[in-house]
Design a protein around this ligand. Structure first.
Ligand code: SAM
Length: 256
């Protein structure tokens, strides 16, 4: 009960304090997981076309800008962290435009007008953003009728911060996934390698679909992706990695 009250009260925070660590750790082109799983999944869901206008919500230091620009799509990234936006401009200025802003309450800007975008996305950012409903309402407002939204996140059914992990069943020789809670909404402080704290939000899967629908966005696809790129040792670990997805992708269309 207490956790739920905290969850409802908390608003998402900028990653400014950890910007240096995050941009260094993930690199200009994104981390191993960005490059091998998350970005390919997002691009598959979005089906971007040349000439389309695309909004990257919670864009961080802009790792999505180069692959989007390469498709001939016009990119605008928005993030709450001025240092990450400065880093994005430093590396990717020829790939798009970058703005400081809160995606739950977007600033007035000529690039962020109602219906200005064909597509929008949250790449590994939606679980750091609260309130969810306000972020999705703003995303829907940016899209034209028929516009597409995609989001990629750590799978909320299996990767719950501090409430899930791997276990070993000695008798069956089985690596299993353990969940300690799922339906409770949680605001979880995360330590960024001693560089500061960020806040992550766990919500059950139904919350995402409910909030999308409430914002006038109809879900059109879902894809769950396992991490087959790691170096799992032994059959039991390989099987577990294949069985329990790391990322969830959702796509939706704005109703006319
Ligand atoms: C895990 S990082 C992901 C960044 C980027 N999409 C990537 O994949 O590298 C989450 C980002 O969400 C941003 N963020 C959190 N709350 C936000 C809000 N209300 N509006 C805009 N950005 C926000 C943080 O500043 C941070 O850069």
């Amino acid at each position: 009960m207490t956790k739920k009250r905290n969850f409802n009260r908390t608003r998402s925070q900028s990653w400014d304090a950890v910007a240096h660590w995050y941009s260094g750790w993930s690199g200009r082109d994104g981390s191993h997981y960005h490059r091998t799983l998350a970005v390919p999944l997002l691009l598959e869901l979005l089906e971007l076309k040349a000439g389309e206008r695309f909004a990257d919500l919670g864009c961080g230091h802009g790792i999505l800008a180069p692959p989007v620009a390469e498709l001939g799509t016009r990119y605008v990234g928005v993030d709450l962290a001025p240092r990450l936006i400065a880093e994005a401009r430093r590396h990717h200025v020829r790939h798009g435009r970058f703005l400081v802003g809160d995606v739950t309450c977007l600033p007035e800007h000529r690039l962020l007008t109602t219906g200005a975008f064909d597509t929008a996305a949250f790449l590994l950012s939606i679980q750091d953003i609260n309130p969810l409903e306000e972020a999705l309402e703003e995303a829907a407002r940016l899209l034209r009728p028929g516009g597409r939204l995609a989001m990629v996140m750590l799978h909320p059914c299996f990767r719950i911060p501090r409430q899930s992990g791997w276990g070993w069943d000695e008798g069956r020789g089985l690596r299993f996934r353990r969940l300690d809670s799922y339906l409770s909404r949680l605001a979880v402080p995360m330590q960024a390698h001693g560089q500061g704290t960020t806040q992550s939000y766990h919500r059950p899967l139904g919350d995402y679909v409910t909030a999308l629908n409430a914002a006038g966005l109809a879900v059109t696809g879902i894809k769950e992706v396992a991490d087959l790129t790691g170096e799992q040792n032994g059959r039991a670990d390989k099987r577990a990695a294949r069985e329990f997805p790391l990322f969830l992708g959702l796509k939706a269309v704005k109703l006319g």
